[in-house]
Design a binder for this molecule. Structure first.
Ligand code: XLS
Ligand code: NI
Ligand code: NI
Length: 441
């Protein structure tokens, strides 16, 4: 392992290798074999696994009932730049040891925010120069960057949707700097997650005006980045609630409508997160199918929720059945447009060993890899695909085909129905479909 920087943070842990499903080595991949070809692409290409800076190098495990349980050595360093460099060294060591190709960040994950915009800008450009070196030395790339416009108290009433224009301008300055950092690091995409873009009470909220402000804000952000030569894709990440009671980017369907309303549909796609889908009372499969049906299946934030807790627990993926159904939709959608699989997930507060973060990412990658292998078999070797297409075969020819082409009007539908009489009941065969999934798992 060629170490970048002069200090080893994850001591005693070597590069994580693929050893196959019979390996008992907890620090090895059992299914994620980066160069293995599945459905025409290597696993590495399908997934583009990314590590989330905020969870893995910033999150300490603090919750409303107590402080963090993880002490990062870089958080003890008073000088913001030295602290940020140390964190970057650890991050790149971790990503390289995992054998992943990508990372994702919020602006102030990289370096502490300064007390003025000018100071923040200076800090960001200093750490960006350092990250350029780390990227060049390791080959690790930036999947996407974003701005944290939700933690600072100034955003308590929203960022782009704040009722006070001064805060909107402040958010604009921050997003400009985050776009600059993303472009300087050759980021392939840029994400907008509207953490505080929503409301707690409609009594004090002009919903129409706020949503319009958000549309205009995103148009201007896009125009700025495009004018600087940014060729990547912008993503909106839907989430229905938390931290706000109601967030404007509720789910994929809402975001599709919003993007069309503001003429953003050609530059933006959707970054779907598993736990956000379940919080919206959808499945992730549903969200992928909706985004894909509009050609907007951009990227995935991988994690999972908890059946009992109603909030964004951001646990690492480990449910093979759930992820298999996700991978079926993923393959049907033809994969991701521009994005990858970002582990927007955190280890539990009581997971305090150095190696726990490795186990978490290994488990996540193996879950996706195993699910991809199963989904590919289901789609190509089981009766699934035929059963699926046969269900719609009445639209493949004759009057059904003509209807699908928009060539049959309501009078004609009326006449056709009269001549057919009562249609026969055709079973949806849900239990058989479910059995096939389990058989191939
Ligand atoms: C929070 C979001 C956040 C975004 C990036 O729930 O998932 O982590 O992915 O701002
Ligand atoms: Ni996310
Ligand atoms: Ni989330």
């Amino acid at each position: 392992m060629a170490l970048i920087g002069d200090k080893e943070y994850y001591k005693g842990i070597d590069d994580i290798k693929y050893e196959g499903k019979d390996s008992d080595n907890p620090l090895a991949f059992k299914y994620y074999n980066p160069d293995q070809v599945v459905a025409g692409k290597t696993m590495r290409e399908h997934f583009k696994f990314a590590v989330a800076y905020w969870h893995s190098f910033c999150g300490t495990g603090a919750d409303p009932f107590g402080p963090g349980t993880i002490n990062y050595s870089w958080d003890q360093i008073a000088d913001p730049i030295e602290s940020a460099k140390s964190k970057a060294d650890a991050a790149f060591e971790f990503i390289t040891k995992m054998g992943f190709d990508y990372f994702c960040f919020h602006d102030y994950d990289l370096v502490r925010e300064g007390s003025t915009i000018a100071e923040s800008e200076k800090r960001l450009s200093t750490i960006v120069e350092y990250l350029k070196e780390k990227k060049a030395a390791s080959g690790v790339k930036l999947l996407w960057g974003t701005a944290n416009c939700f933690s600072n108290p100034r955003y308590m009433n929203g960022a782009a949707t704040n009722p006070n224009f001064e805060v909107v301008a402040r958010a604009g300055a921050q997003v400009k700097m985050a776009l600059d950092a993303t472009m300087a690091l050759n980021g392939e995409n840029y994400v907008f997650w509207g953490g505080r873009e929503g409301y707690m009470s409609l009594l004090n909220t002009d919903l129409k005006r706020e949503v319009e402000h958000m549309g205009i804000f995103l148009q201007k952000a896009r125009d700025y980045a495009r004018a600087q030569g940014f060729k990547g894709t912008f993503f909106i990440e839907p989430k229905p609630a938390e931290p706000m009671k109601h967030q404007y980017d509720f789910d994929a369907a809402t975001v599709v409508g919003f993007l069309h309303q503001f003429g953003l549909q050609d530059d933006f796609k959707i970054n779907l997160e598993v736990n956000h889908a379940t919080l919206a009372n959808h499945t992730m499969q549903h969200e992928i199918a909706v985004a894909a049906s509009h050609g907007m299946m951009g990227s995935i934030d991988a994690n999972r929720g908890d059946y009992q807790n109603g909030w964004d627990t951001d646990q690492f993926p480990n449910n093979i059945t759930e992820v298999t159904e996700i991978m079926i939709e993923f393959l049907k959608a033809g994969g991701l447009q521009g994005g990858g699989i970002n582990f927007d997930a955190k280890i539990r507060r009581n997971s305090t060993d150095l190696e726990d973060i490795f186990h978490a990412h290994i488990g996540g990658a193996d879950t996706f890899a195993r699910a991809l292998l199963i989904a590919d078999k289901i789609l190509t070797k089981s009766p699934y695909s035929k059963m699926f297409t046969d269900r719609y075969s009445s639209f493949d020819s004759g009057k059904g085909k003509a209807f699908e082409n928009g060539e049959i009007n309501f009078e004609e539908l009326f006449e056709i129905a009269k001549s057919i009489g009562e249609p026969e009941l055709i079973s949806g065969k849900q239990e058989l479909f479910e059995n096939i999934i389990n058989q191939y798992i």
